[in-house]
Design a protein around this ligand. Structure first.
Ligand code: BTN
Length: 247
């Protein structure tokens, strides 16, 4: 793969690079209906209304990567949330491709965070459009800086001595997303689940899952065959948190 400052995308993808956007999710949403035959990639240098999961803000200063990939959804809606694990694996692969020493430090946190040394370096946000005919995969990566004051540890690629220009990361992410998505669409969720578990943080250890209204802590038992997180609560009860909640 040739890496340049201007990303080169596989055929079938249109790239839109903006200095600023409210949110790349909204820009991508507005592009899919008029362009039914193309996947859309929206990249913004900053966002004024970037959003995270559960309606949280995603603070978006210049220097980091903010992008959304809009692709046709080719699975029944009940399975669409599996794409979240596909996207996390794609970002994991892209980072290791570009900065191989990260392999020892990167991990994945349910449902779709990417961590370096246990600190969050990237988040993914999935949304559906047009009644589920399109899936929007939002990706925010702390390239040059990470926010302070979060309820979890954060880091950036720069702070980890693993700086990658945002355009290169975007290009690798789109290429890896295409590979992992093809595997998912051909072979189903099983290989995705296995690969994700191989890189998961905290298997057999205590983890906290953030739900809309509360956080749940328990020992991470497994990822179900449909992507649900299984936790053993302190009272021994097994709690299953549906991956359907992700979108
Ligand atoms: C999370 O961890 O809560 C998900 C964060 C997703 C942030 C990205 S940045 C690009 C895209 N546009 C947005 O408004 N959000 C996503």
């Amino acid at each position: 793969m040739t890496l340049t400052d201007t990303p080169v995308l596989p055929s079938g993808y249109a790239l839109h690079h903006l200095e600023s956007a409210t949110s790349t999710m909204d820009e991508a949403r507005s592009l899919v209906a008029p362009n039914p035959d193309l996947a859309q990639v929206v990249w913004a240098d900053t966002q004024t209304g970037g959003r995270g999961r559960r309606g949280r803000n995603w603070v978006s200063p210049a220097g980091n990567l903010y992008m959304t990939v809009a692709v046709r959804n080719e699975v029944p809606l009940a399975h669409a949330a599996e794409c979240s694990f596909v996207a996390a694996l794609a970002l994991h692969s892209a980072l290791i491709d570009l900065r191989p020493p990260l392999a020892d430090k990167l991990s994945l946190k349910w449902p779709n965070d990417v961590l370096i040394g246990g600190a969050k370096v990237a988040g993914l946000l999935l949304e559906l459009e047009a009644g589920g005919r399109w899936i929007l995969i939002g990706c925010g990566v702390n390239v040059a800086s990470s926010p302070d004051g979060m309820p979890y540890r954060t880091t950036s690629l720069l702070a980890e001595d693993a700086y990658v220009p945002a355009g290169q990361l975007l290009q690798s992410f789109v290429v890896e997303l295409q590979k992992w998505r093809t595997l998912w669409l051909h072979d189903g969720f099983s290989p995705i689940r296995s690969a994700w578990l191989n890189h998961a943080k905290g298997l057999g250890a205590e983890v906290t899952a953030n739900l809309s209204d509360r956080s749940v802590t328990g020992v991470f038992q497994d990822l179900d065959t449909d992507g649900a997180l299984r936790l053993r609560r302190p009272d021994g009860e097994i709690m299953t948190i549906s991956a359907g909640d992700i979108i």
